[in-house]
Every structure is written in C-alpha cells, then in structure tokens.
Design a protein around this ligand. Structure first.
Ligand code: GLU
Length: 423
C-alpha cells in the first residue's frame, strides 16, 4: 500500500513554516513549486538486442543559495511512475531545506530513473548503458556551477563515475569531477563520504542527548534499516558508548536487549543477505521494532514508516530521522504531545550532503583534506545546524521539525530577497 503523498507532505511543512514566519502568499508559491522538472525518455539496448524504454527525472527545486544539489535514485516506488515524479519533486524541495539548515551554500535537486536494478536483475552492462543514457539526457541542465547530483537509493560511486565521465566528455572538459559527488576516491571523491550520513546522524544525536540530559553511555538504540546510514550510525553511536538493541532490514527485524555488536551484525548480513537469524537475537515485527522501549529510535529506511498508530505506541526519548521523510505528518502532533524530541530528516541525515559539499569544494580547489579534517568540518555544520534549530524551537515554542523548516525557509527567503526578481 502506498502511504501518503510526499509532495503534499512537503507542501504542508512549507505552509507551516510560512505561517510561523508570516510569509506572504506570493513568496510561499515561489518557494513551493520547483524551478524546473525534467522528464526524460531513456531508450536502452538490452543484452538480448531488444530496445527497452525507461523514464527518468531531474527536479531542480531552488537555487537561490547556490547550485542545485541532490541524489539520483534508481527506484520503482509502489505508486508507479506518476508517484515517483511527485516523490522526486518533494525530495528536491527537502534538499533545498536540508542544505539551508546546515548552512551549506547549495540549493535543492533530486532525480532518478523508474527502475529497480536489484529486482529486475539488470546486467552490469545494461545498467551502465542506462546510467550513461540518463547522464546524456540530463547533461544540459547539470554542471559544477548548475546542478551537482549524488548517489541515493540503489546508486553508488560506480554510477557517479559513469555520469561524471559522460558529462566531462560532452562538455569538452575531459575531467570535470565537480559535476557530481559521491565519486570513488580515485576520481576525486572525499574521504568520510561512505560514513557521512551515519556519522552526521550520530553527531546530531549526541547534541540532542546533551540537550535533554540523556547520557549516551549505555543508552539503548533501535535502528530501522541496516543500510549505509543505519550501519554507520550504529557503529559511531556504539563508539560513543551507546548500546544497539534492535535493528532491521527489508527482510525483518531482530532484537537482543543485552545489545547487538553492530559490526558483527553487518558481517552476518553481508554473509547471509539479512540481519534476521543473527545468533542470540529474536525476530520481531516492524511495529514491535519501532515501538520498542528505548532511548533513541533511528528510522534509517524509507519514507512513511511512522504513522499515527505507531506514534501512539512509541516509547523512545529521541527520534533521529536518518531516512528522508520516515514520519507521516499525521504522526507529528502525537509525537510532540509525548515530548519525544524529533531530529528531523533535513537535519539528522544532512551529513551526506555536508560531505558532498566538502567533496565539491575539494574538487573545485583541486586540493584534498584528510578524513579527520573532512569529518570535523561536517561536525561543525551539523552542530551549528542543531543549535540554530534548537534556538528557533525555543523562540517560537515549536517542535524541532518545524523549527528546522523555519530556519531553512528563512535562509532561502533571505537569499531570494537579496537578489530580487529578474527578469
Ligand atoms: N542522497 C543524499 C540525500 O538525500 C545525498 C545528496 C547529496 O549528497 O547531494 O541527502
């Protein structure tokens, strides 16, 4: 079942922020609609010699603070192609707000191809031809000073390298690493990129814990989704002294109240294909996972996981949204009423785009930092983003989600107003 409409959710969040900031309708409408949504046809010759047509998108939401920035996903949401277009639009708007919250001078974009390479078992060659065709189709609107894509659901450094190669050759530059981030290190990728979202999320949780007086040593953590963000959040939280008690992946959820060893669980998953069955753990349902009594719940899977029903049963002190849009708007007032501190996605998972930004800076200057230098710069952006959001949440007496949106919208409006409207 498709739950919720991400585009409507994105607009509702914007409307809330606009009413708090008393932004007039014209400016609200300007902020709502993406600047451009490109829908492209992607004919690809398959291994059997037949042609198959795929559809791809790139939504460029806002660039008042800098070039568009955001991932490219290869995915087939349950709602189909039209749903994906709305989802990509919503995600591009969230990128605008995400960059603004952590004060990264970039705008918001998102794109993707309606395809599930895992389910469909596309061969390496088919996937490469599809990726390069997509790069060709969007090459006119991307560029290091225009729009800088990055990996997202089911895309990796490999696809980023192929997109960079196509763009570089088409633009006559041969080697233009600044057109895309999340590249392999050998092509100008940044150190700390692979851990970025999880590490950023752990920094954000650390700041939140300090604020509510929660000791991270011994704190119980539940993680939904044991992919890149979830595994590294687990690893760094464990390093900070916390205990991971339950985790899940697309095949199911497991719990061990005494604590799970994050690295061993990952090794087990890599070996068997799932966390389910990990020695010493008990299998539980997704609902049980989300509503387990714990200190910090980290939804690190897909959108719309926490609805009103789940929200009523939550038993955590902090929710750190490592995924994009895991909480449905209907759940927000319930969570706020229960005095759970929400670290909204645009703040909690912004580590990814912070490192992307730092990768782009390194590409532009042609000089590369160490892992520690990059991680420290990212930590500064996230810690400041958290503090600025907390200050607004106290000032307006609103939850952290609305505070983060107020902070972000205000920063974009400031840039828009400073430039003015032309032509
Ligand atoms: N796909 C990631 C996100 O949603 C990263 C985007 C980027 O680095 O540009 O934040």
């Amino acid at each position: 079942m498709v739950q919720g409409d991400p585009w409507k959710n994105a607009l509702k969040q914007l409307d809330d922020a606009c009413s708090i900031l008393k932004i007039d309708k014209g400016v609200r409408d300007y902020l709502a609609e993406p600047n451009k949504v490109l829908r492209v046809k992607l004919p690809v010759k398959m291994d059997n010699g037949k042609i198959r047509v795929f559809i791809g998108f790139r939504s460029q939401h806002n660039n008042d603070r800098g070039p568009y920035k955001g991932g490219i996903r290869f995915f087939d949401p349950e709602g189909g192609l039209e749903y994906m277009e709305k989802e990509v639009k919503a995600l591009s708007a969230w990128m605008t707000w995400k960059c603004a919250v952590v004060d990264v001078p970039l705008g918001g974009g998102k794109g993707g191809i309606y395809v599930n390479p895992k389910k469909e078992k596309l061969s390496e060659n088919e996937l490469e031809r599809l990726t390069r065709r997509f790069a060709f189709a969007i090459s006119e609107i991307i560029g290091p000073k225009k729009d800088i894509p990055a990996p997202d659901v089911y895309t990796t450094g490999k696809e980023m390298a192929q997109i960079m190669d196509v763009y570089s050759k088409l633009s006559g530059m041969e080697n233009e690493p600044g057109v895309i981030t999340g590249k392999p290190i050998a092509l100008g990728g940044s150190l700390a990129r692979n851990v970025a979202t999880g590490l950023g999320c752990a920094y954000c949780i650390r700041e939140a814990a300090k604020t509510i007086g929660l000791k991270l040593k011994g704190a119980k953590i539940v993680i939904q989704g044991y992919g890149n963000a979830g595994t590294f959040a687990a690893e760094y939280l464990e390093k900070m002294g916390a205990k991971i008690i339950a985790v899940s992946d697309s095949k199911g959820a497991i719990i061990n109240p005494k604590g799970l060893d994050s690295k061993k669980v990952l090794e087990y998953k890599n070996k068997t294909g799932s966390v389910v069955g990990y020695p010493g753990s008990k299998k539980i349902s997704t609902e049980e996972l989300l509503t387990t009594k714990c200190d910090v719940l980290v939804p690190a899977a897909l959108e719309n996981q926490i609805n009103a029903n789940i929200a009523k049963k939550l038993q955590c002190k902090i929710i750190a949204e490592a995924a994009n849009g895991p909480t449905m708007p209907e759940a927000d007032p319930i969570i706020y009423g229960k005095k759970i501190m929400v670290l909204p996605d645009i703040l909690a998972n912004s580590g990814g785009v912070c490192i992307s930004y730092l990768e782009w800076v390194q590409n532009n200057m042609g000089y590369y930092w160490t892992f520690d230098e990059v991680a420290k710069k990212m930590e500064d952006h996230i810690t400041r983003g958290f503090k600025d959001t907390l200050a607004l949440s106290r000032k307006y007496k609103i939850d952290m989600r609305r505070a983060a949106m107020v902070l972000a919208v205000n920063r974009v409006v400031e840039a828009f107003k400073a430039k003015g409207l032309w032509p």
